[in-house]
Design a protein around this ligand. Structure first.
Ligand code: FMN
Length: 399
């Protein structure tokens, strides 16, 4: 029996939390309710204790005699945290890592997927601060089921109404299921740029931010996979739970991929690996007066071409990425064939506002049969879902 934690905060729609609890129970899910102290001023925690059959957690320091640290041990037991209804206040606290009560502290301790269903007055919902907090949490991998337009408790019609409990239950159950879909699989993801040094202080690199690779690693983790993330230098925080192997040059990246490939069922090459590097690397900083008038470049190792794949294609699922500035589909299709990939995800990096360093992208996904699927412009998070859905399909076929 799967166990989830239901976080309940002090929104006027708190009464719907009882229905959410019952709905999950009917689907055979075990529930531990956690209320904020303010929520406990609106409804007695006893009601939730009676419905769930477990003492509702409210006070972080409540059980003075216990030798368990309740929020840590509970975090290890659950497969999903649902916060419904979620106030503007809890969203702000989660977005900023504030941990001053049981629920907000618990949020920082969990490793499972988190689903947040906000409910508030329209002005509070539309406030730029609330919107920024939601975006920040979404970027960190928190799932949202955003409020609807409707009649609000403040007697106004507007955005901010908690979605119907059935929708929260449906999305929660989908997350529980997805949390297992890549269980026992290991996904190796490469991400970010590489740096090819000229001297101890200068290097050649590219505009990759690593956001796509990190989003893929996060999505694989949410589906229960073991994730090895081989990353060039980025300013991103690695997804929790990933085994991070930081590298700098294309040669470092090639070495780490070869070393770890045997452990992986899936290889996703999302890194923007340098195609060439300076032929010479000066041990000392090159002095301004001695600056070379031209740079001599040599090709770096082609990682995908160098992989040992007996019989041409291995049982592993191998996905490549192509950053193109023209003839995107034709160039990507050629790369797919030449490198014996199962799938290639290509994008036009010459387009403004998407691709490199952006949170958004628009891609074409091409498979071995030549089928081309064009995505809408979407967040890298959403695109990572599309790619991982395809990975699951390919894994099924390679069994
Ligand atoms: C009757 C009442 C209803 C409220 N409803 C909401 C609401 O729907 N959404 C919201 O964000 N805040 C609402 N608030 C304000 C929150 O309760 C307040 O911001 C509180 O500090 C949130 O605490 P918590 O997030 O720890 O539960 C309401 C307050 C009261 C008194």
């Amino acid at each position: 029996m799967k166990k989830i934690a239901l976080g309940v905060t002090s929104s006027i729609s708190i009464y719907k939390a009882c229905e959410i609890l019952r709905g999950f129970q009917k689907k055979g899910v075990d529930i531990q309710v956690i209320m904020t102290p303010n929520a406990a001023k609106l409804i007695s925690p006893r009601l939730f204790s009676a419905l769930s059959g477990k003492k509702t957690a409210v006070d972080l320091f409540g059980d003075a005699d216990s030798d368990r640290i309740a929020h840590i041990s509970l975090a290890e037991e659950i497969s999903l945290l649902v916060i419904a209804p979620a106030t503007a206040n809890i969203i702000a606290k989660l977005a900023n890592g504030v941990a001053d009560d049981f629920l907000s502290t618990f949020f920082l301790a969990v490793r499972c997927p988190v689903l947040v269903a906000p409910a508030m007055n329209e002005a509070m919902y539309r406030h730029p601060q609330t919107q920024a907090n939601i975006l920040r949490l979404q970027a960190a991998g928190v799932e949202f089921i955003l409020p609807e337009k409707g009649y609000l408790a403040c007697k106004e019609e507007g955005w901010g109404r908690l979605v119907a409990p059935e929708k929260i239950i449906e999305q929660g159950l989908a997350l529980l299921e997805k949390g297992e879909s890549l269980k026992a699989k290991t996904v190796l993801v490469t991400a970010g740029p590489t740096r090819e040094p000229l001297d101890p202080v200068r290097f050649l690199s590219n505009r990759s931010s690593g956001k796509m690779g990190y989003a893929l690693a996060g999505e694989a983790l949410r589906r229960g996979a073991r994730v090895i993330l081989i990353s060039g230098p980025t300013s991103l925080f690695p997804p929790l739970g990933a085994e991070l192997l930081p590298v700098e040059t294309a040669a470092d990246m090639a070495r780490e991929v070869k070393k770890n490939l045997s452990r992986a069922d899936v290889l996703i090459m999302a890194a923007a690996v340098a195609d060439f590097r300076p032929a010479e690397r000066s041990k000392q900083k090159i002095k301004k007066k001695k600056a070379p008038s031209a740079l001599n470049l040599v090709p770096t190792e082609d990682i995908l071409a160098s992989l040992d794949r007996p019989g041409g294609r291995s049982k592993k699922v191998i996905i490549g990425f192509a950053a193109e500035t023209a003839n995107v589909t034709a160039n990507a299709s050629r790369k797919l064939r030449e490198k014996k990939l199962d799938l290639i995800v290509a994008n036009d990096v010459s387009r403004e506002g998407i691709g490199f360093d952006s949170d958004f992208n628009q891609v074409v996904i091409i498979d071995r049969k030549g089928a081309v699927a064009e995505s809408p412009t979407a967040s890298k998070r959403e695109l990572s879902r599309l790619v991982m859905d395809r990975v699951e399909g390919l894994l099924g076929r390679k069994k």
